[in-house]
Design a binder for this molecule. Structure first.
Ligand code: FES
Ligand code: FES
Length: 152
């Protein structure tokens, strides 16, 4: 039994301590907004926040989480989240959508730290969030728009 704080709710999970967090989110807690892409830390589809920092949940055994707060796409909130969701909608960022919860979680984590990100800051923060539909140009534009909304 492992106890996890997910989106502000305590979950007691009957899973092996070595189980990756992604599996627990999707298969034990039914939070399927976080996606399985590669399972190897290479695509970013599984990105969630651990104490506000973006992590690849496919690479994080639940035994390593401890009491840290896990936030998924279903539970993320606040000014950066509102701005990112609005900008993503305004600019029609998603295509197939598969990578987008991971993209959004990385973008929110960036904007919580830096509300005037340069292109280089954005490329650095989003590095590793792969999009097979190549929405990168719109993602960058949406992050700039969300940052401007936060500063307004
Ligand atoms: S599924 Fe975790 S990085 Fe690809
Ligand atoms: S929108 Fe299709 S993989 Fe990114």
């Amino acid at each position: 039994m492992v106890s996890l704080n997910i989106n502000g709710i305590r979950h007691e999970v009957q899973a092996d301590p070595g189980t990756p967090l992604l599996w627990v989110l999707r298969d034990f807690v039914q939070l399927t907004g976080t996606k399985f892409g590669c399972g190897a830390g290479l695509c970013g589809a599984c990105t969630v926040h651990l104490e506000g920092n973006p992590i690849r949940s496919c690479q994080m055994p639940i035994s390593a989480v401890g009491d840290a707060k896990i936030t998924t796409i279903e539970g993320v909130s606040g000014k950066a989240s509102d701005a990112v969701h609005a900008a993503w909608t305004d600019l029609d960022v998603p295509q197939c959508g598969y990578c987008q919860s991971g993209q959004i979680m990385s973008a929110i984590a960036l904007l919580n730290q830096n509300q005037v990100p340069s292109d280089a800051d954005i490329d650095g923060a989003m590095n590793g969030n792969v999009c097979r539909c190549a929405t990168y140009v719109r993602i960058r534009a949406a992050i700039h728009q969300a940052a401007a909304m936060m500063r307004a």
